[in-house]
Design a protein around this ligand. Structure first.
Ligand code: DQA
Length: 150
């Protein structure tokens, strides 16, 4: 059975490409999904690609997929800095969660330096733009195959 990863995006990521392109780049969320589908094909894995602006919906999606999928790639966007509920959802699920950001929040405004997810995620990818998704998929496949356990 091919590994199955769920890629979850939080608030405002649907606006990718239009939203502050000087910070987040010009690739749209739809284009990013197409890129991820291509990388998934190369890696021989299956993915689902989901986005929500709602904190409750994000919590529900983490809970729903967090034991069904082999792993999650989560860009919780602004909820990274604010949401104990999203943190608790990540802690609650059994599948490994890679925490991802397009930018490096630690190098930005002070309010982005608080990260409620980094210590409950198995790994983090930050600051590589949309290429970070390729790195996260590749890394998660390696984690699932046992790399890094010894
Ligand atoms: C982001 C960084 C967050 O601080 C911000 O709120 C976002 C996007 C990123 O991918 O760089 O919405 O998660």
């Amino acid at each position: 059975m091919k590994p199955f990863l769920v890629i979850l995006g939080g608030p405002n990521l649907a606006l990718l490409g239009l939203r502050e392109p000087e910070i987040y780049g010009s690739t749209t969320w739809v284009e990013l999904e197409e890129m991820c589908s291509g990388w998934a094909k190369d890696l021989g894995i299956r993915i689902s690609f989901l986005q929500t602006d709602s904190e409750g919906e994000l919590v529900s999606q983490i809970g729903k997929w967090g034991s069904v999928a082999d792993g999650l790639i989560l860009n919780a966007a602004a909820y990274t800095h604010t949401s104990i509920a999203v943190r608790d959802a990540v802690s609650a699920v059994s599948s490994p969660v890679v925490e991802l950001h397009l930018t490096n929040p630690a190098a930005r405004e002070d309010f982005r330096k608080r990260n409620l997810l980094e210590d409950v995620a198995v790994a983090g990818i930050r600051g590589f733009g949309v290429q970070g998704y390729r790195l996260a998929m590749d890394g998660l496949v390696q984690i699932l195959s046992g790399v890094g356990k010894d």
